[in-house]
Structure formats: structure tokens, C-alpha cells
Design a protein around this ligand. Sequence first.
Ligand code: NAD
Length: 315
Amino acid sequence: MKILANDGIDPAGKKMLEDAGFFVDTNNIPQDELPVKLQEYDAITVRSATKVRQALIDACPNLKVIGRGGVGMDNIDVDYARQKGLGVYNTPASSSLSVAELVFAHLFTGIRFLYDSNRKMPVEGNTRFNELKKAYAKGIELRGRTLGILGFGRIGREVAKLAIGIGMDVLAYDLYPFDPQLELTLGGGIKVNATVKTATIDEVISQSDFITLHTPFIYKPICGTAEFEKVKKGVGIINCSRGGLIDEAALIDALNSGKVAFAGLDVYDNEPTPREDLLKHPKVSLTPHIGAATNEAQERIGTELASLIIDHFKK
Ligand code: NAD
């Protein structure tokens, strides 16, 4: 069995597949050459770069499995592939903690103005040190403040655990009923049970000190002008979920008016060319869609994908 890991696979996942007797090719084949070259393989694994559309599936009758390292399968014609009998797998839980930790990286950045300090210290740090010190003097603490979570799935739940762990109150909203109980694993393996407060979307929007988004993309922004009117003045907003969940123009207005104190963004409309006025906005902490990009998450993704492929061919 030959597997093409076209967008790469963590060495631990590759080893598992090789130990199980598969040949794993990690050389990237350009998209336009795949219809011919993929015919030699039994399975392909991708991340978000390689597209596996209907025409490619039709061109490769030997293909039996498509694996997506990560969550979203927008780059794969999943229904079509399954109709044709292919196994299509992703690894939805592997990166949840990494994304949740990035949310807190943006939150801690926001409450102590690091997004601005990191830009200004290199250019003004040795000429205007005292002015900058004064400018960043009114930081706040997260403990005791309320974090509103919109979308209480895998990542929303991990975010809630971290929030509770540092003493925040959590208000959680999801489109569907959910279990508000969480089991936290503290240092030393100590387990603690906690319960989050469930809330309506309006309560989350209007009562939170910080709001973080964890729904899938839902065709219209979940935070737009109407929502920014209802938020507490000085709220911080984090989006490590999907571009399009925040109306970016409305966010810029809300940042300029002071209604929103800061935003932390990992995802954008128009990736990979987000709008420049957002990228250059002085109240925004920015990362380039790196939520799942930790060594730990990539190893979990690689090994989970390897197990799914091995199980598929053992059936
Ligand atoms: P999940 O499916 O476990 O959870 C999503 C939750 O959102 C579900 O509980 C669902 O019921 C809820 N939901 C759906 N529509 C809703 C709505 N209109 N209002 C409120 N809740 C709604 O997914 P997850 O693994 O937690 O991932 C969440 C998001 O994070 C996804 O969009 C995913 O693509 C994104 N993500 C981003 C990165 C990154 O690199 N930044 C990495 C992984 C995942």
C-alpha cells in the first residue's frame, strides 16, 4: 500500500504507518500533477493546502482513503468521495488544546498591551521608555473576570478549562444543548470537576469582559455592528476559529470608538491576504492562522491519522 502524505505528516505518524507495512511518500506533488501521479497511490493525506476535488477522485480509481490532518474538510469533496466508497477521515480533537492556549496568548497580550508594546519598544524603547511605561500602565488581570464563549464544542470546552484554571468565570453559549460539566487536569495529574454557566447568545455578548469565538464558519458574522453595540465598553474579542465570524469593518469601527478595547485574531476574511487596515490596527494582536501549529498537536494529528488509515485497511 502506498500513501502520499502530500502536505507532510509528523515523523511519529509516518513511523507508525511504516511499521504497519505501508510505504509513505512525503514528497509534495504539485496540485496540477496530482491527477496523473496520485494514480500510483492507495491513500492521500493532506492538511489545508492540497485540494481533493471530484475531478481528482475520478482520475484516481486506486484511491481508497483520503486523510485530513486537522479539522476543516473544506478542501475535500467529502460526500462525493464517500459515495464512491472511499474512507475520508480527519482528526478533529488533536489540536483543541493548542488552539485554546493560543486564545490565552492573545488574551494575556491584550490585557497588558503587548500587541502595541512589541511594536513600539524596538523603535522607541530607548528614546521614549518612560512615556511607553506610562502608556501601558493600566493593565488588568484575568482572574475574576468573565469570559464569554460562543460555540461550546471541543475547543470551546478546552478554553473554558483554562479559564476556570486561572480563576475566570465562564459564560457559555452553543446552538445546541450541551453538558456544562468539565473535568480539569491540573499539574501533578490532579483532577477537578467544574461547571460553567450556560447563557443565551445575548447574555454572552452583553455580560462578558472578553468574548472568544469557537463555532464553525456560519455564512454570516456572529459578531457584527449590532453585537458590538451590545458589548460591555472595553471588551476584548478573540477569534481563533474561522475568518468571517467577525465583521472586520464593524470590528475596526468598534476598536476606533473604544467600544472594543482590543482584538486577538488568528483567522481572517480573505486569507492569505487579510485587509491591511486590520493588520496595521494598533489595538489588534495578530497571528497567521497558527492555532494548531504546535509540535504536540502535529504529533497527535500525525499519529491519529496513521491509526485511522491502518484501521481502515485492516477492516
Ligand atoms: P466543534 O464542532 O467541536 O465545536 C463547534 C461548536 O459550535 C459545536 O458545539 C456546535 O454546536 C457549535 N455551533 C455551531 N453553530 C453555532 C452557532 N451558530 N452558534 C453557536 N454555536 C454554534 O469544533 P471545534 O473543534 O471546537 O472547532 C471550532 C472552530 O475552530 C472550527 O471553526 C474550526 O475550523 C476552528 N479551528 C481553528 C484552528 C486554527 O488554526 N485557528 C484550528 C482548529 C480548529
